[in-house]
Design a protein around this ligand. Structure first.
Ligand code: HEC
Ligand code: HEC
Length: 135
């Protein structure tokens, strides 16, 4: 069975021994990426933390924003509460994810008569580092 990913270009990161060290040193400063997810409505529920993190990093880069553009930080001291849907851009990003999945999964295959799966459309294709593609 061919497992179709939304973003076929993403590969698990290679093992880098120093990355674990950096993670340890930065633990008290930067929030850890969670291991379990509570409110995925579009992405697959069994997505690995590494793949979800890569996807989130790609949103950041494609729109030229930070995590706080879509996710709220609450409490004292303030910390991210990733499952909350309080910000409009997060809700819009879900629609965008569905749109991209339709383009890549339904429309592009209609004009391809072989097993070719690339090129695909990604957030970067339209946004090119901007919140609004028209900027
Ligand atoms: C452009 C908006 C956007 C940006 C920027 C963004 N996210 Fe997200 N994030 C989402 C959306 C949308 C979902 C929910 C996806 C779904 O419903 O399948 C999500 C879900 C998550 C979840 C899973 C929450 C849960 O338990 O359901 C985590 C963790 C997360 N994001 C972390 C991050 C981190 C860390 C960053 C910054 C590196 C980031 N996100 C940047 C839109 C964004
Ligand atoms: C086919 C082009 C296209 C692709 C691909 C695309 N977008 Fe968009 N996106 C747009 C357009 C156009 C708008 C502006 C819509 C409006 O505001 O009327 C927009 C708006 C948004 C907004 C709202 C921005 C704001 O300032 O409120 C978010 C968030 C967003 N896109 C996230 C994403 C994410 C995440 C992806 C990839 C999963 C993505 N987009 C892929 C065209 C695209």
């Amino acid at each position: 069975m061919h497992h179709r990913t939304l973003f076929p270009r993403y590969r698990p990161r290679p093992f880098r021994p120093w990355a674990a060290l950096i993670l340890l040193l930065s633990a008290p400063l930067a929030a850890q990426f969670p291991e379990k997810f509570e409110n995925l409505q579009v992405l697959p529920a069994d997505i690995s933390p590494a793949d979800l993190e890569a996807t989130m990093e790609s949103f950041k880069a494609a729109l030229g924003v930070r995590c706080t553009f879509c996710h709220v930080r609450e409490g004292t001291p303030p910390d991210f509460i990733f499952p909350l849907d309080k910000k409009d851009p997060k809700r819009k990003a879900r629609v965008m994810l569905q749109m991209v999945a339709e383009i890549n999964g339904t429309f592009l295959p209609r004009i391809r008569n072989d097993e070719q799966h690339e090129p695909v459309v990604s957030c970067m294709t339209c946004h090119r580092g901007k919140q609004n593609p028209e900027e």
